[in-house]
Each structure stands twice: as structure tokens, then as C-alpha cells.
Ligand binder design. Structure first.
Ligand SMILES: *[C@@H]1O[C@H](CO)[C@@H](O)[C@H](O)[C@H]1NC(C)=O
Ligand SMILES: *[C@@H]1O[C@H](CO)[C@@H](O)[C@H](O)[C@H]1NC(C)=O
Ligand SMILES: *[C@@H]1O[C@H](CO)[C@@H](O)[C@H](O)[C@H]1NC(C)=O
Length: 262
């Protein structure tokens, strides 16, 4: 998902340069800003198309679908400890977002974004051990089966600031994200080898994820930040401002490719 941020950042730097040139005329600046938000959207559309390719120099894998042969999972809250792993993890829907807001503030060098992912689907084979005190005493639950989890209307919004570094690359700071989850559907199989338990536990998982998003807003946002910022930083470190500005000039001439390039 983050591959688009670095292109976005390049555009911002370009805009900063333009903004300085145009600053004598307020009218011009306002017009420029409006157009610039349109460029940002164009770049987002371009990056959406490139998501199946990933971005190898920054270690970003193909994102459509996102695939991992093996992933460990650990999620510990005050009431529950979930440990386990997923093989053949496949995540689809990361390129199906709606852009509700994408706006650059020239003075603050700040981008405001608001994206909605209507449906993100996680599939794979999972194994898990869960210890939970949710029902009073500690209960141990194990599972071994198919993972099928859908997040519905996951909204991510916030802002970040992009600044050039002395080395000629860019730095992302003050990344802020807030998440809202519209719904969740869990259809795991293989919980305690019992369809009744599976039904019961799927309901519990749905509730658990719903509650986590709603009650632990800060923790979810901090987790997102821990995951995103290092990757974005690495991606930005791969890219020189000059190279990107050259690429972006292509955008502004209206020559941004309209198809997937890999
Ligand atoms: C995967 O998780 C299960 C359940 O926690 C555990 O028993 C198993 O050893 C884990 N597999 C690996 C390869 O770590
Ligand atoms: C999430 O939980 C709230 C109550 O805490 C409930 O009103 C809402 O329907 C739940 N949403 C989903 C998708 O389960
Ligand atoms: C989540 O919590 C907020 C208050 O913090 C509440 O307004 C909202 O309805 C809750 N949503 C769900 C799905 O529980």
C-alpha cells in the first residue's frame, strides 16, 4: 500500500518549488493548489494500477494480491492472548480503495488523506492457540483450519508531512492515522474440531476485532504507524528527489501510464 506514498511525496516537493515561484500572486497559488490535488489523485490512480508490481528497491512486495508463505501472529490484550501462524496468507482488496479526501497544504507541506477500503479479504491456512479471560476464567482454545476473514469499509484517514533531506532524498514526518472499521466477517474452520465451536468463535472473533478497532483506537493507530513509517522511510530513502521530479514532470505533462507496468 505504501508504494504510492513515495510518488506522492515527489509530487509534493515539486509543488513546493512551484508554490515558491507563484507566491507573488495569491490567486495563482489557489488555482495551483486545486490543480495539484487533482495531480495527487492521478498519481494515486497510477499507484493503484502498479500495486500488483510492488517496488523491489524498497523491498515492497506485490500488493495485489499480497501474499506471504508463512506469517506468525501474536496479538495480546488485557483479556486475550492470541498466538499462531498462517501459511499461504493471501490478502486481496488493497487496490479497491475509494479516495474520499486527498489534499496538500502548501504552507504546512502537509497531506491530508482519507481512504476507504470497501472489502479486504484474508485467506490462508491457520493454526492458533488462544488463551482468553473474556468469559471469566481462563479458557484455552485451539484452531487448525482455513482462515477466511473479511474487513468491510476499513477507513484510514490522517495526515503526514514530507520534507527534503540534505542527502537529496525525502523524509516523512508526523504520520498520523486513524482507522475505522465498518464491519468484520469471520468464517474460520477447524476450531476445536467442532462446527458449533467454530460458529461460536467466529462470532467472538468478529466481536474481538470490532472491539479492538473501536476501543483500542490508539493501539491500532500506533501499530499502523510502527508498520508503515519504517517502510515509507525506506522507500523514500531509495528515491532521489531529482529522479522523482523528472518522473513527475511526466505526470504533469499528462503522460502517466494508464496500465500496469509489470
Ligand atoms: C504455528 O502455531 C501453532 C499454534 O500456536 C504452533 O503449535 C506451531 O508450532 C506453529 N508453527 C510454527 C512453524 O511455529
Ligand atoms: C461492533 O460493535 C458495536 C457495539 O460495540 C455494534 O453496535 C456493531 O454492530 C458492531 N459491528 C460489527 C460489524 O460487528
Ligand atoms: C465506536 O466507538 C464510538 C465512540 O468512541 C462510537 O461512537 C461508535 O458508535 C462505536 N462504533 C462501533 C461500531 O462500535
Amino acid at each position: 500500500m505504501y508504494s504510492f506514498w513515495f510518488l506522492l511525496c515527489a509530487l509534493l516537493l515539486l509543488q513546493t518549488a512551484h508554490g515558491q515561484l507563484a507566491s507573488e500572486s495569491e490567486e495563482l497559488e489557489i488555482e495551483g493548489r486545486t490543480n495539484f490535488d487533482d495531480y495527487l489523485r492521478e498519481v494515486m490512480e497510477f499507484l493503484r494500477l502498479q500495486m500488483p508490481c510492488g517496488y523491489a528497491p524498497a523491498g515492497i512486495p506485490p500488493l495485489v494480491p499480497l501474499y506471504a508463505p508463512y506469517r506468525e501472529v501474536e496479538w495480546i490484550t488485557s483479556k486475550s492472548e492470541i498466538r499462531g501462524n498462517v501459511t499461504e496468507l493471501t490478502v486481496t482488496g488493497l487496490d479497491e480503495f475509494d479516495i474520499r479526501e486527498l489534499h496538500y497544504n502548501n504552507l504546512l507541506r502537509r497531506v491530508r488523506y482519507d481512504l476507504n477500503f470497501p472489502e479486504i479479504l484474508f485467506t490462508g491456512d491457520y493454526k492458533t492457540d488462544i488463551i482468553t479471560k473474556l468469559f471469566g476464567p481462563k479458557v484455552h482454545v485451539y484452531g487448525d483450519g482455513e482462515l477466511h476473514l473479511t474487513l468491510k469499509n476499513l477507513r484510514i484517514y490522517g495526515s503526514f508531512i514530507v520534507r527534503p533531506k540534505a542527502s537529496g532524498t525525502m523524509k516523512l514526518t508526523k504520520f498520523k492515522a486513524t482507522t475505522e472499521l465498518g464491519g468484520v466477517e469471520s468464517e474460520l474452520t477447524g476450531i476445536m474440531n467442532s462446527p458449533t465451536m467454530a460458529k461460536f468463535f467466529n462470532a467472538w472473533i468478529e466481536e474481538f476485532i470490532n472491539q479492538t478497532f473501536n476501543d483500542s483506537e490508539k493501539e491500532v493507530d500506533a501499530a499502523l504507524q510502527r508498520w508503515f513509517v519504517p517502510l515509507a522511510t525506506k522507500a523514500l530513502d531509495e528515491v532521489s528527489v531529482i529522479g522523482l521530479v523528472a518522473l513527475m514532470l511526466g505526470v504533469i505533462e499528462g503522460t502517466l501510464p494508464q496500465e500496469t507496468l509489470c
